[in-house]
Design a protein around this ligand. Structure first.
Ligand code: HEC
Ligand code: HEC
Ligand code: HEC
Ligand code: HEC
Ligand code: HEC
Ligand code: HEC
Length: 471
């Protein structure tokens, strides 16, 4: 029996045989390294798949590392009872809550403290008294929570994840979202691609091995592109379907993208938030008292919102109503910003008098409808009785300088006009319309039509007429 002159190094480079020996090579001899190679390929494949799978599972495990139910319960209790004085991760009126349990370990009874800190201070516990002194003897109000609830709050604080953007860290009722699935699709796609590439390698090795064994030339090496083209040629129907899918997908994506060209705000694109000459914190001035803010009414500063088309931006005189007395902010940066008001208003804080050198603040306009659209604040604030936040978002809760929250597209206006229930009762503006609807026959049948869905929408009163919004 003849043998190979040298072991076959690789199936992709043809082995060198002595002349005339080729047809005598037994399949078995070729089979040995083939099995080895295939098993090598499969080991590689298996390892790659296992690594990917492991990666995927460990990601899943990470996401479930915190107990979502406990976290959610703690978050609710924290927000309801503690958030006015505590933040999970930062000092506020009281210390940052994260790590509190560890700080109390072996030094006192944290449950007793939370339930009634004044009573606990009277027990003379040294740590509690030290803490009390350190926080300028501000009293922590007694909290009617049981031990389990306190555990939940502390658990929440210790595992607190700052919200990324407007979404909460762990959604207690997660809704399936297309966007949150795509990393998984990528992982699965990669996995499949690895499998496909490896299998096609195995297949061509096998084919070539068989061809060699049968004494034929091994197939020429093709580039991936060539292989793809050949495959598409051989599977025309399937290839057409795939091509159609790809084209439809891209068209839909482009169509979606076209809707938000030049649009700021809304759910899909970034909110417009230009830098302002003075870093004026809306949250501090207009935010809730319970959160340690000033709760100044929006219309104290935007005083024409209920009376005219524009809400208006306050002059520095309005700021100076308070800031003649308030020259310090909550941080050195805040204090520096207040100095800018003084520079603009021409106020000398040392001498406590105006110098007369005024330089108006050049605020950057945030919202801007195109000229062909007509929007009136008083119509919405006064007549429509809408809250500013319905259109401007949680400006008092989470915005420093203002940002554009809603997309301000025609679709946005029309959508609300279609769904919004107009508050007619006791609204002087509607007395006349109401009377006509109730007192004439035609009005009656009209009103019945309006009320089929138990409400009168803005649309039904003419809120979809082009001329109402377009000059
Ligand atoms: C009215 C404000 C206020 C509220 C509401 C409040 N705390 Fe406090 N808390 C404080 C202050 C202030 C301190 C610092 C000690 C002091 O001055 O009494 C403190 C201290 C603590 C400490 C000790 C922290 C440390 O670093 O050792 C814990 C724990 C704590 N609070 C838990 C809670 C929990 C839980 C809630 C809600 C259920 C809550 N607090 C609600 C004001 C408050
Ligand atoms: C129905 C939606 C809606 C409501 C409610 C609303 N706004 Fe507006 N606001 C807008 C739109 C739209 C613009 C852009 C107007 C423009 O560019 O002509 C705007 C612009 C503004 C501006 C920029 C200056 C100006 O007047 O154009 C301020 C300030 C403002 N709003 C404050 C308020 C305040 C304060 C309230 C509540 C009292 C309020 N808005 C209620 C939709 C609303
Ligand atoms: C009704 C009173 C009042 C009015 C009006 C007012 N402020 Fe203030 N502002 C305050 C108080 C009080 C503080 C300090 C809050 C604190 O230290 O807790 C403050 C703080 C600030 C700070 C510092 C913020 C920080 O992070 O420390 C800036 C900047 C500021 N105001 C700008 C303005 C501007 C600009 C105007 C006018 C458009 C204005 N304020 C109008 C009461 C007012
Ligand atoms: C103490 C004064 C003050 C109060 C109170 C206040 N604002 Fe403002 N607001 C300003 C100033 C100053 C600006 C201009 C700087 C900026 O855009 O951040 C402004 C800007 C805005 C803008 C963007 C205007 C634009 O250029 O398009 C909106 C919208 C707005 N405020 C809404 C509100 C709402 C809603 C409230 C109540 C929750 C409120 N403001 C409370 C002073 C105030
Ligand atoms: C959050 C809901 C909401 C949004 C958003 C909204 N509107 Fe309105 N709009 C109302 C309500 C409520 C009324 C009813 C007040 C009334 O009957 O005059 C109204 C009334 C109107 C009217 C008077 C209609 C009439 O029949 O007299 C006009 C004009 C108008 N809106 C324009 C706009 C424009 C332009 C936009 C977008 C830039 C817009 N609105 C966005 C709620 C909204
Ligand atoms: C409730 C108010 C409202 C009504 C009713 C309304 N529009 Fe508009 N329209 C707007 C606003 C605001 C814009 C500007 C925002 C934008 O460009 O998306 C606009 C923009 C447009 C544009 C320009 C589109 C662009 O991309 O710039 C056209 C065209 C238009 N409207 C036509 C109409 C016609 C036709 C009707 C009647 C069938 C109508 N509108 C009714 C509020 C309205």
């Amino acid at each position: 029996m003849t043998t190979l002159k040298q072991p076959c190094p690789s199936f992709s480079s043809p082995c060198i045989f002595a002349a005339g020996e080729m047809d005598a090579v037994p399949i078995k001899m070729l089979g040995m390294p083939l099995v080895v190679r295939i098993s090598e390929r499969f080991t590689l494949l298996r390892n790659a798949s296992l690594t990917l799978l492991f990666f995927a599972f460990s990601l899943g495990a990470l996401a479930q590392g915190t107990d979502a139910a406990q976290y959610a319960a703690g978050e609710k209790l924290f927000k309801g009872n503690c958030a006015s004085c505590h933040k999970p991760d930062k000092d506020l009126t009281g210390p940052a809550m994260a790590g509190a349990r560890a700080r109390w370990e072996g030094k006192g009874d944290i449950y007793a403290w939370v339930k009634n800190s004044s009573a606990y201070l009277k027990t003379g516990n040294p740590y509690a008294n030290e803490l009390f002194a350190k926080w300028n003897k501000s009293v922590m109000t007694a909290q009617a929570l049981n031990n389990e609830e306190i555990d939940a709050v502390l658990y929440y604080a210790d595992n607190y994840v700052p919200p990324a953007g407007p979404k909460p860290p762990i959604d207690p009722n997660p809704k399936p979202e297309a966007s949150s699935n795509w990393p998984w699709l990528v992982v699965i796609g990669l996995l499949l691609a690895v499998v496909a590439v490896s299998l096609s390698g195995v297949k061509s090795s096998l084919t070539n091995a068989v061809r060699e064994a049968e004494g034929q030339e091994p197939l020429p090496d093709m580039t991936t592109g060539q292989k793809l083209r050949q495959w598409a040629w051989n599977n025309k129907g399937f290839a057409t379907i795939i091509a159609l899918f790809v084209v439809t997908f891209i068209t839909l994506k482009l169509w979606d993208a076209a809707w938000v060209i030049g649009v700021y705000g809304g759910d899909e694109v970034e909110h417009y938030k230009p830098e302002q000459p003075i870093n004026f914190p809306h949250s501090l001035h207009a935010g809730k008292v319970e959160a340690g803010n000033l709760a100044i009414d929006c219309q104290y500063c935007h005083s024409s919102a209920a009376k005219s088309k524009h809400a208006g931006i306050p002059t520095t005189n309005v700021c100076m109503n308070c800031h003649t007395a308030v020259s310090e902010g909550r941080s050195p940066e805040g204090t520096a910003e207040i100095q800018k008001i003084y520079a603009a208003a021409g106020w000398d804080p040392a001498a406590l008098k105006y110098t007369g050198k005024i330089e108006p603040v050049k605020w950057v306009k945030v919202h801007n409808l195109p000229d062909h659209a007509y929007f009136n604040h008083s119509q919405h604030v006064n007549v429509g009785q809408l809250e500013c936040q319905e259109c401007h978002g949680p400006i008092d809760e989470k915005m420093d300088v203002a940002e554009q929250w809603a997309p301000l597209t025609m679709g946005w206006c029309i959508d609300c006009h279609n769904t919004k229930d107009v508050k007619m009762a006791g609204n002087g503006y509607y007395d006349e319309i109401m009377a006509r609807l109730e007192e004439t026959d035609m009005g009656h049948s009209e009103l019945k039509k309006y009320l089929e869905d138990d409400k009168i929408s803005v649309r039904e009163l003419g809120g979809w007429e082009c001329a109402k919004c377009h000059y």
